[in-house]
Design a protein around this ligand. Structure first.
Ligand code: GDP
Length: 293
């Protein structure tokens, strides 16, 4: 994961380490390389500039320059700023006693939404909850059958009916109550691109079903474009969090590092493989550690 940025960063930081005492010029030069590594990793331009400015302001302070190990101090600053860039994130999934918790997943077609719905159901089941998967993607051919197959694999019930997406979601909450399920996961329809009709349909579901949390499933392979997608969905739906998929692939880091800074919406889970047990909590500290190598 993120090999390019890790290589670029460790190279820049290794050079700083090799110098012993540092001047503000040395630091600026080192941070220019850090900046280049970020841009090559497809991190949003404004995010990179703000990040570098923050690190530089802290790294060129007298306390750092006067130390015998300034480079270590700068690495710590970069780490802390990476954590701040991607966090904080609340890892909890809400619980309630009056009715089932409703989690609405949305996202573009092919982002991994249906797979992620099943992964999330499995995660919740392993945490002792009783999820109900809801096949509300009546747009993509085969999506309903796909969810039913995945549900069978993890032994989680799947609610479906061939009416309208809004009715499926509404009735599913009733079905969850009857089946004593405590968490409803809505797999809504996506489109190849963001369009008004999609957003209206999602807003309608959002208004009528009042989900407790709305998560955007977004493909890390699209890099910083993920932040633009998240912004558009957040404008329409007020997202609680993003789930970043396909981080096991050849991704450069642009999505993971841009989304929170551009939209204010944190990443809560990451998909790291096609199999259903390949969903992890997103922990900014762990990700910052991975990026720094
Ligand atoms: P949807 O159209 O958004 O519902 O997308 P799907 O759930 O059908 O997923 C599209 C493709 O992405 C499928 O081939 C999934 O197996 C794959 N996929 C989903 N999540 C991940 C992931 O975290 N890693 C990898 N490598 N593939 C994933």
């Amino acid at each position: 994961m993120f090999e390019g940025i890790t290589r670029g960063l460790s190279e820049a930081l290794r050079k700083l380490r090799g110098r012993g005492r540092l001047t503000p010029e040395n630091i600026r030069e080192g941070l220019r390389e850090v900046r280049r590594a970020f841009l090559e990793a497809d991190v949003n331009f404004h995010v990179v500039n703000d990040f570098i400015a923050r690190v530089e302001a802290k790294a060129t302070g007298q306390e750092v320059l006067a130390r015998v190990d300034p480079a270590e101090q700068i690495i710590k600053i970069v780490y802390d700023e990476l954590v701040a860039l991607m966090g904080p994130v609340d890892p909890r999934i809400p619980q309630r006693s009056d009715r089932p918790v409703v989690l609405m997943l949305c996202g573009l077609q092919g982002s991994g939404k249906t797979t992620t719905a099943a992964k999330l159901a499995l995660t919740l089941k392993e945490r002792g909850r009783k999820p109900l998967l809801v096949a509300a993607d009546l747009q993509r051919p085969g999506a309903v059958e796909q969810l039913q197959t995945l549900g069978r694999q993890i032994d989680v019930p799947v609610y479906s009916e061939s009416t309208s997406p809004v009715d499926v979601c509404r009735h599913a909450v009733q079905a969850a109550k009857r089946q004593l399920c405590d968490t409803v996961i809505l797999d809504t329809a996506g489109r190849l691109q963001i369009d008004q009709q999609l957003m209206r349909e999602l807003q309608q579901i959002d208004n009528l079903v009042q989900p407790d949390e709305v998560y955007l499933v977004v493909d890390a392979m699209i890099g910083q474009e993920a932040a633009n997608v998240a912004k558009a969905f957040n404008d329409a739906l007020e997202l609680n969090a993003c789930i970043l998929t396909k981080l096991d692939g050849d991704t450069r880091g642009g999505a993971a590092l841009s989304i929170k800074a551009v939209t204010g919406v944190p990443i809560k889970f990451i998909g790291v493989g096609e199999k259903l047990d390949k969903l992890e909590d997103f922990v900014p500290e762990r990700m910052a550690g991975r990026i720094l190598g």
